[in-house]
Ligand binder design. Sequence first.
Ligand code: PGA
Length: 258
Amino acid sequence: MNNTRTPLIVGNWKMNGTLESIQSLLTGIKTDTETLNNIQIAVCPPAIFIPYTKDMLAKTKIAWGGQDLSEHAKGAYTGEISGPMLQEYNCRYVIVGHSERRMYQQESNELVAQKFAAAIKANIIPIFCVGETLQQREDGITEQVVGKQVDAVIEHDSCALLGQGVIAYEPVWAIGTGHTATPEQAQEVHAFIRERIAKYDKKIAESIKILYGGSMKPDNAAELLAQSDIDGGLIGGASLKSADFVAICNRANAQAAV
Ligand code: PGA
């Protein structure tokens, strides 16, 4: 973790929760992170729970966001949600290009770049996910894949636009599997991403936050967050239990204080 980039811990709830369960989850997070001043915290609930989350988190430092948005601002796109709609509910963030969407909704690098631009246009910070599959890692093409994903946004949008977002490196083989990347494996790709961006703009490479995601838990968070190019976490499974999510926030907060 680097002192000039305030660490960010984001909960990605995916398609989980009921009104009852998120009430207790949010109450726990709200109460137990009140004194953490060294980090930023956000949760990304399913879209239908965003209004409720907004009410629950009003007057706290915790931000909220969407898990996806349309590349269009409005129109005949049944089932989609636009950036301006998320903005009406004061979403500070929106996840774009999560590997589950790349996989199940066939989202291409090009579409993800369009969604990234749509988020910025709506004044929402995109959390732009990149990462390789197990096969790609075994084939030795991790850097090629991740480099291409990063380049897609820079080429479609611009490096300056990329700099307004947050990147999340999430090796697909580590998501929801319990097989987290080792701190060294993660750091290697994070450093690679920063170097890749530096080819376009050194300042942006230095200032952009790069979160790690993929089975981050209370017992491995400290080691991961200690890496110089890891600026926080995008947490799936462990963000559904307030004690676990808060424990990760506590570790990030303690490290940021050093
Ligand atoms: P996980 O999910 O923490 O459950 O591995 C991370 C993510 O998909 O963002």
